[in-house]
Design a protein around this ligand. Structure first.
Ligand SMILES: C[S@@+](CC[C@H](N)C(=O)[O-])C[C@H]1O[C@@H](n2cnc3c(N)ncnc32)[C@H](O)[C@@H]1O
Length: 321
């Protein structure tokens, strides 16, 4: 059902997370500055979503599902803890002629059980959620079974850019005053967690938080990272000498109980493609994965301000990804 200009003007006055064009020239302003880069969008552009099964976890108003639709996804499921953006999501589906199924999934744990009826996906996005959960490992553990073998997983979260295997806690709001924010892992620790859950990182983008922000870990650089991973066979993403990791994957009660991955060789692998940036191609060809700290700090996978509108949080009616 098409809406009148008056109805759309009214809708544009609501609070929006994303900035969205609701009719030619009618923009509902969102929560981010106009040149703020939306890195999950920038990376998803490299994924060949045409004909693929796609899932967006923590979808808000559904801008990622609109972009998945534009890229020709075959099936789109969008999930969120609660349907707090249901009306705006319905509006975007209407205005953008896109459709997807919404699932209310509560807290971001036991995801594969909660979404069991939806099967597995070629592309799963988990962006802007991991710093909101008490247990990032539990969330990753439960998301992993949703991704088909050789499928892609995109993770975006806040990190500390340091060579360590530490995770920093938002004690007394020192990282963010937002009350729903808990952990910033170091980049290498986040990479280890991904590899432990059989995700091989193949691309990333990083944007540092302003150094004059009062909210940071003293003396350390914090930022936001988006990472694209391939879902690989058990243990193959871990460093060759890491026997602890392999034993833990096979025998720890937490791994076995919280990450019920199906590695049945009879399951058809995903055929989803991804266009790697030139700077990472050699590393991925040689090692099957990238070193995230190296990619961020030495191989130029950094973004400051967005140079193009289509790299921001603004969704326009013109058909751009
Ligand atoms: C910052 S928004 C990110 C939106 C979107 N994924 C993106 O990257 O643009 C956080 C999302 O996570 C959900 N969320 C926040 N805290 C949560 C929690 N503790 N458990 C489950 N979901 C949560 C919100 O409903 C929202 O969809």
């Amino acid at each position: 059902m098409s809406m009148s200009r008056e109805q759309l003007e009214q809708a544009a006055k609501a609070w929006w997370y994303y900035t969205v064009e609701l009719a030619p020239g009618l923009i509902a302003p969102g929560s981010y500055p106009t040149d703020f880069p939306y890195m999950p969008r920038m990376l998803m552009r490299n994924a060949h979503l045409h004909g693929q099964d796609c899932l967006d976890l923590g979808t808000m108003e559904g801008v990622i599902p609109v972009l998945m639709h534009r890229k020709g996804a075959k099936r789109i499921v969008a999930a969120d803890a609660v349907p707090h953006c249901a009306d705006k999501m319905a509006l975007l589906q209407n205005v953008y002629g896109a459709s997807w199924d919404f699932r209310e999934i509560g807290l971001m744990y036991e995801l594969s059980q909660k979404l069991a009826a939806d099967g597995m996906f070629d592309y799963v996005n988990l962006s802007g959620v991991l710093y909101h959960v008490f247990s990032p490992m539990h969330t990753l553990a439960s998301a992993r079974p949703l991704v088909k073998k050789n499928g892609l997983f995109m993770l975006s979260t806040n990190v500390v850019n340091e060579q360590s295997d530490l995770m920093h806690f938002n004690t007394a709001g020192k990282l963010q005053t937002e009350p729903n924010t808990f952990w910033y892992p170091s980049i290498p620790l986040l990479e280890y967690m991904l590899r432990y859950f059989n995700f091989a990182p193949i691309d990333c983008l990083y944007s540092r938080h302003p150094s004059n922000s009062p909210l940071h870990v003293a003396g350390k650089e914090c930022g936001f990272i988006s990472i694209v991973c391939r879902a690989v066979d058990p243990g193959t993403a871990l460093p060759p000498g890491d026997s602890w990791g392999r034993h833990s994957m096979l025998g720890s009660w937490e791994y076995v109980g919280l990450s019920k991955q199906n590695h049945d060789p009879a399951l058809p692998p995903s055929t989803i493609g991804y266009d790697l940036p030139e700077s990472l191609q050699a590393m991925v060809a040689q090692k099957g994965a990238i070193d995230l700290h190296l990619a961020v700090n030495e191989l130029g996978r950094r973004v400051e301000r967005a140079k193009r509108v289509e790299d921001t949080y603004l969704l326009r009616l013109m058909d751009e990804s």
